[in-house]
Design a protein around this ligand. Structure first.
Ligand SMILES: Cc1cc2nc3c(=O)[nH]c(=O)nc-3n(C[C@H](O)[C@H](O)[C@H](O)COP(=O)(O)OP(=O)(O)OC[C@H]3O[C@@H](n4cnc5c(N)ncnc54)[C@H](O)[C@@H]3O)c2cc1C
Length: 411
């Protein structure tokens, strides 16, 4: 079975990898180069213990208006507001305890397979940089620490992992690079982190080594259908004939599903990062600055800090004011001499739908089209388990985990 996979980010590559492993003949169509978009400069955390949906109880219209402040961790660009309003109203409708609980349980069910899938990739010879040092979350204020602890405990209760409360001295024992005043900490020991570009490179190399056809610099611009089935992916080069298709084009997937008669309300949650090569100081483990919602990741020979969730439409425009604010906060909170001016800035578009759960399964408008997208802040965490589950659904009719909560038919 020749399955066209549109999009060569971590989701498309993981899907292609599991399709190949389960006996299919995937062909990857990527408009740029493998792993070069949102899957490139992110924090790389594989973090089932802190995986939750974005809509949370208590979001009011007033707090939505705070989000138009440029230094807010969740920022809505005023010029994009009109276009985003229907999406935001749907997002707000999920800001309640019942939906949050349902979302946590659905993500946890998928995450139950996350580490197993990562171990499987490594054992099968996929080469990527991976660290098993846990994640340290730190807070200056007791109320922010208590709110985060409540959320982490909701998640860890569903995912059979655990977190440990830390005293101030334990926080500094774990991370001496922190500036003074972080009195509260949580440590989640089971979480890992990977260098995300190494993961895409490793998956790509493994696919190539097993003979998978990969078309880079090739944009899917349409589909040729016959009798409710897609027969070929149309590109500016040759058409790519297929028996089935997986749409995994990140934030651009919505445009493709619309062409096939099934719009999905997908938008981009932009995030920024700065990567410093050969930093003078290095962190002992990934660090989450709770108040500012900024994550820092130590890699081999590099240190990256990242954060912000900006809703400003689907475009890769970089807001330099937000990068400056990221740099300012990091250099205020952590002893990283290069944070203020050094390193490379990057922007990525996280694919997000209003309930912020992944969208995985068959596209109701076509017999042989599937989607795998909407992984918001969790695409690295959920990539391999999502690829595995969707490949199982396509090839064996059994995804290995319930996918009802993720169905494309919910829109
Ligand atoms: C700052 C930041 C930090 C993050 N940190 C983490 C983290 O620590 N842990 C975690 O789990 N997740 C994290 N994420 C989220 C994660 O990066 C995303 O969820 C994930 O990369 C999405 O992968 P994707 O394959 O869906 O999208 P992408 O990586 O964007 O891949 C989609 C691909 O499709 C291609 N494409 C688009 N349109 C077409 C077309 N028409 N034809 C052909 N190809 C097309 C694109 O070129 C692209 O390569 C972070 C994101 C950001 C921005």
């Amino acid at each position: 079975m020749r399955v066209g996979v549109v999009g060569g980010g971590v989701i498309g590559l993981s899907t292609a990898w599991y399709l190949k492993k389960m006996g299919a003949d995937p062909v990857v169509v990527e408009s740029w180069t493998l792993g070069s978009r949102c899957s490139f400069g992110n924090a790389g955390w594989v973090c089932p213990s802190i995986s939750s949906p974005l809509p949370a109880p208590g979001l009011t219209l007033k707090s939505l208006s705070w989000m138009m402040r440029r230094d807010s961790p969740l920022y809505i660009r005023p010029s994009a507001l009109l276009k985003l309003t229907p999406w935001l109203l749907r997002f707000r409708s999920f800001c309640n305890h019942a939906d949050q609980k349902r979302g946590i349980a659905a993500i946890a069910a998928l995450n139950r397979f996350t580490m197993e899938r990562y171990d499987e990739l490594a054992a099968s010879g996929v080469e990527f940089e991976c660290h098993e040092s846990g994640v340290l979350m730190v807070f200056r204020d007791s109320d922010k620490a208590a709110a985060a602890e409540k959320e982490v405990k909701l998640v860890t209760a569903s995912s059979a992992t655990s977190c440990t409360d830390l005293t101030e001295s334990e926080v500094y024992e774990r991370e001496p690079m922190l500036r003074p005043g972080f009195r509260f900490g949580l440590f989640v020991g089971a979480d890992r982190h990977v260098r995300p570009d190494s993961l895409s490179a490793g998956l790509g190399a493994s696919l190539r080594a097993s003979g998978v056809e990969i078309h880079e610099d090739t944009m899917a611009t349409g589909f040729r259908s016959e009798g409710g089935r897609v027969k070929a992916i149309v590109t500016p080069k040759d058409d790519v004939p297929v028996d089935a298709v997986v749409l995994a084009a990140g934030a651009h997937t919505g445009a493709l599903t619309r062409m096939l008669g099934w719009p999905i309300p997908l938008t981009a949650g932009k995030g920024y990062s700065v990567t410093i090569d050969q930093p003078r100081n290095q962190l002992r483990q990934p660090l989450y600055l709770g108040g500012a919602k900024i994550g820092l990741s130590p890699f081999t020979g590099a240190l990256r800090f990242s954060g912000t969730m900006e809703l400003s439409g689907i475009n890769r425009r970089m807001d330099t004011a937000r990068i400056r604010s990221l740099r300012r906060i990091v250099s205020r909170e952590v002893d990283i001499p290069e944070a203020k001016e050094g390193g490379r800035a990057w922007v990525g578009m996280r694919p997000i739908v209003p309930d912020s759960l992944p969208v995985m399964g068959k596209l109701p408008s076509r017999e042989n089209v599937y989607v795998n997208t909407g992984h918001q802040m969790l695409g690295i965490t959920l990539g391999p388990s999502s690829g595995w589950a969707l490949a199982g659904l396509i090839l064996e009719g059994r995804p290995g985990v319930g996918l009802d909560a993720f169905s494309a038919g919910r829109f």
